[in-house]
Design a protein around this ligand. Structure first.
Ligand SMILES: [Zn+2]
Length: 334
């Protein structure tokens, strides 16, 4: 099946918008008759025009496998010689009845859906939309199973996935993009006022040779808000934080604390927030992990400080760690 040019255009546009997707996150799909085209696992939406990032799947087969509660509903649903695997979120896209489906990790939306009991507060902002929300579930099949009944019953075309993101469906790529973008705009209720950052103050900390300045200068802002840096260091608010920032984030006040951290943690040093000074990332931080960190801090700095946060539980986190290992294993076997 030919890939509609609108799908490629919108994928690229979404991929270049860091407030919507960070790293390989987010995905888009198109269904026609019994076929569904979806972004491949690990590919970046921003690359949509440069190279093929899409895989063709057998939609009918996936839907019946989900209905029959099969362990791996996407098994044998795509041409394995394509060397690309359909996204881990393929089953979620398959359940949505709309021809075009877009899923993103929008920071404006996330700043709400990581809060406890956010649903009531959102009614007024989203009154023009046919939306529902569902509790956090591990991305993949657990999330798909949680979505089965609500999608059948509600006929909603916008679903908020707690502590994860948003998914929307429509009849064209442009319409589904417009829905997501307009919701993102509505849910932006402000962020912390920006402070001037004095990078010179970080030189002393950089002399330990294990850390570097982050790619995005914006990240330093969190160091100037004790309440927000507390949110960043007290728990995990979304899955990519576990997968891409496995050594966590730590608050420190002095150079001595940094040296102690380096001595104790060896190669597994966390991102550090130096209170009222700035943020440093480990020397070996990848571009993807810095993008995820930016998404995380953009989300946190949009959260009002008087709300309580719904952190992922210990068991949610250990499921994600095992899941990440499973993903690696599958990739090595391909
Ligand atoms: Zn996602």
């Amino acid at each position: 099946m030919e890939i509609p040019s609108s799908l490629i255009n919108i994928a690229e546009k979404v991929g270049n918008d860091i407030t919507l997707v960070q790293g390989p996150g987010g995905n888009i799909s198109y269904k026609n008759k019994e076929t569904m085209i979806i972004k491949a696992s690990g590919k970046k939406m921003s690359d949509a025009r440069k190279r093929n990032i899409f895989v063709e799947t057998d939609h009918k087969k996936i839907i019946s496998a989900i209905e029959n509660n099969e362990a791996d509903p996407i098994k044998n649903s795509w041409k394995e010689d394509s060397l690309m695997r359909p996204s881990i979120e393929t089953t979620m896209h398959a359940l949505m009845p709309h021809p075009y489906v877009l899923h993103v990790h929008c920071v404006n939306t996330l700043s709400w859906i990581v809060q406890k009991n956010y649903q009531n507060n959102l009614n007024i902002y989203l009154e023009d939309y046919n939306w529902i929300s569902i509790p956090y579930r591990k991305p993949g099949l657990s999330l798909t199973n949680e979505l089965k009944e609500p999608i059948k019953k509600s006929k909603a075309n916008v679903i908020l996935l707690s502590n994860h993101g948003i998914i929307a469906g429509s009849d064209s790529a442009k319409n589904v993009f417009d829905i997501i973008k307009s919701i993102s705009k509505k849910l932006f209720t402000g962020e912390r006022e920006k402070k001037k950052v004095y990078l010179k103050k970080l030189e002393k900390y950089l002399s330990c040779n294990k850390y570097k300045l982050p790619k995005y200068e914006y990240l330093h802002q969190i160091a100037y808000s004790f309440d927000h840096s507390k949110i960043a260091t007290q728990g995990t608010i979304f899955p990519d934080q576990v997968v891409f920032l496995p050594n966590g984030i730590k608050n420190i006040n002095t150079f001595e604390e940094l040296i102690e951290l380096v001595n104790n943690r060896g190669d597994n040093i966390p991102v550090v927030i130096i209170n009222n000074i700035g943020v440093l990332v480990p020397n070996n931080s990848t571009e993807v992990s810095e993008d995820i960190l930016l998404g995380l801090f953009m989300t946190i700095l949009r959260i009002p400080t008087n709300t309580s946060i719904n952190y992922l539980t210990e068991s949610d986190i250990s499921d994600l760690i095992n899941w990440d290992m499973e993903k690696h294993r599958q990739m090595l076997n391909k």
